[in-house]
Design a protein around this ligand. Structure first.
Ligand SMILES: Cc1cc2nc3c(=O)[nH]c(=O)nc-3n(C[C@H](O)[C@H](O)[C@H](O)COP(=O)(O)O)c2cc1C
Length: 483
């Protein structure tokens, strides 16, 4: 009997855990149902059905195509209300609907998330960056973020981080921005940041967040607390330090405009300088910049306001936040909504919702789309547009998130490292043929779009008759008659 029970448990545990996890996620939806009461009925229903992640945009389309079409149309109607002349007869999938942020139009709702490449020298981006950003922009995301670009030499995380504090860096970024604008429809957003206490550390592949053994520089933070016990102890920032940092962000903002970027993001996440003010785990100050969430917000908001004033009014800005520390005593869900609301009032157009990496006591709960609930909460409680990110790997997940009103745009990081053409391939699958493609690559686009029609038909056949069509059945009637 014990052996039989053990075997039974081995066989069933994973399935039962999956059901329990789905039930938990579902419970959270019901607990917060008030958030969705203003939704259009179709979107509300779609959100209810997809709440536990098992039912998705694509698999629901196989079971209930008419309902998903209705949902697509309702989504397109919302986009039309924003002033876009999009089709209602044959509405594009949500991820291929445009989005407007101030006067910037993002052609689709896929973004490439900011990712440090640790490959700059003296902060100057080089040919690696040109190829990296160039190839990914051609791959079709509506919006692409640069890696965290540092506002001064001592604001860098590592010696390989890109910067924007001198003319050489500005010219190098201008070359990359010009290439992107000449060859892609992608909008290009510069992420500006200051490493704070996580500065003067090693390249990712040599020991992420670990202090440099030589050649480091002095680091500062909201409070004099090291990241790891053996990390450099940062200096607690004084008012003169704050003034200098504000000036650095403003000068970099002016350079970003001259370099031609379409959008600017202020990095307030992942434990870097501005994040160190926001989290109670890293901000132990007793002055006007510590204590309540309003006080912890004071310096990040000051930096944001100075940048907003220097950045053209018609261009949008976003802010990246860590919505939770994943740790006891850290940011609360209420804090994250208060932080997003304060930035919205200060003129933020999009809140880019990440989590964690703020303190080593973090214990994140990873999983598919694990940070999306935080973006959803901020979007529907703070009333800001949000971008979600984190272990989102398929077009199906992107459409499910957007259609359910969990975020306004979806960012992918690592999937873009392995597949620069992620968005183009998704466009082929959903038949979104107005996706931009430079003429040099048009034959590749034609082929993938043709093949996708056949792949979709195979999927339909699989559903209807339990098997794909044979080669003979795939031939046109004329071809069949000729053989
Ligand atoms: C190599 C690498 C570098 C990253 N650098 C940055 C960065 O510079 N700024 C930032 O905000 N996030 C950075 N991130 C986090 C990503 O933007 C993203 O939030 C994270 O990878 C989760 O998304 P994913 O599961 O789609 O990869 C980096 C991630 C990776 C993998």
């Amino acid at each position: 009997m014990p052996a039989a029970l053990a075997r039974f448990e081995r066989g069933r545990r994973e399935e039962v855990e999956k059901i329990q996890h789905a039930a938990d996620v579902s419970l959270v939806w019901f607990e917060h149902v008030a958030r969705y009461l203003d939704f259009e009925p179709v979107q509300f229903a779609f959100g209810a059905m997809t709440r536990a992640k098992a039912i998705t945009y694509d698999n629901l389309r196989l079971r209930a195509p008419a309902f998903v079409e209705k949902m697509d149309r309702a989504f397109a109607e919302g986009v039309r209300k924003e002033g876009f002349d999009v089709s209602l007869d044959k509405p594009a999938a949500p991820m291929f609907q445009p989005l407007r942020l101030r006067e910037m139009v993002v052609p689709n709702r896929v973004a490439m998330s900011p990712m440090c490449m640790y490959s700059a020298e003296g902060g100057v981006p080089n040919d690696f960056h040109l190829v990296h950003y160039g190839a990914r922009a051609i791959g079709g995301p509506g919006l692409m973020f640069t890696e965290m670009t540092c506002v001064s030499r001592d604001a860098r995380i590592t010696p390989g981080c890109a910067g924007l504090w001198n003319d050489e860096q500005e010219a190098a970024w201008r070359r990359i921005v010009d290439f992107v604008h000449a060859n892609a429809a992608t909008k290009f957003c510069l992420q500006l940041g200051h490493a704070g206490r996580k500065g003067a550390t090693k390249l990712m592949w040599e020991g992420i967040d670990r202090p440099l053994e030589s050649g480091g520089w002095e680091v500062m933070s909201a409070s004099p607390l090291p990241y790891f016990p053996n990390s450099t102890v940062p200096r607690e920032m004084n008012r003169a330090d704050m003034d200098a940092v504000v000036t650095d962000f403003v000068l970099a903002t002016e350079r970003a405009e001259r370099a031609g970027f379409d959008m600017l993001e202020l990095h307030c996440a992942h434990g870097y300088l501005l994040a160190s003010f926001l989290s109670p785990l890293t901000n132990h100050r007793t002055d006007a910049y510590g204590g309540s969430v309003e006080n912890r917000l004071r310096f990040p908001l000051e930096v944001f306001a100075a940048m907003r004033a220097a950045w053209p009014a018609h261009k949008p800005m976003s802010v990246r936040v860590s919505a939770t520390d994943w740790a006891e005593g850290g940011l609360t869900p209420e804090d994250s909504v208060a932080i997003a609301s304060a930035f919205r009032e200060a003129g933020v157009d999009l809140v880019d919702v990440s989590t964690g990496q703020t303190a080593t006591v973090s214990r994140p709960l990873y999983g598919r789309m694990f940070q999306t609930p935080f973006a959803e909460r901020i979007r529907n409680e703070a009333g800001t547009a949000t971008m979600c990110v984190g272990n989102i790997t398929t077009p199906d997940q992107i459409n499910t998130i957007l259609a359910a009103g969990r975020a306004d745009i979806v960012a992918l990081g690592r999937p873009h490292l392995s597949d620069p053409g992620f968005t183009l391939r998704a466009a082929a699958w959903y038949g979104a043929d107005d996706i931009h493609c430079p003429p040099q690559y048009a034959p590749g686009k034609d082929q993938i779009f043709r093949n996708s029609v056949r792949d979709r038909a195979d999927l339909e056949d699989l559903k209807v008759r339990g098997r794909p069509k044979t080669r003979a059945e795939l031939r046109s009637p004329a071809e069949q008659a000729a053989t």
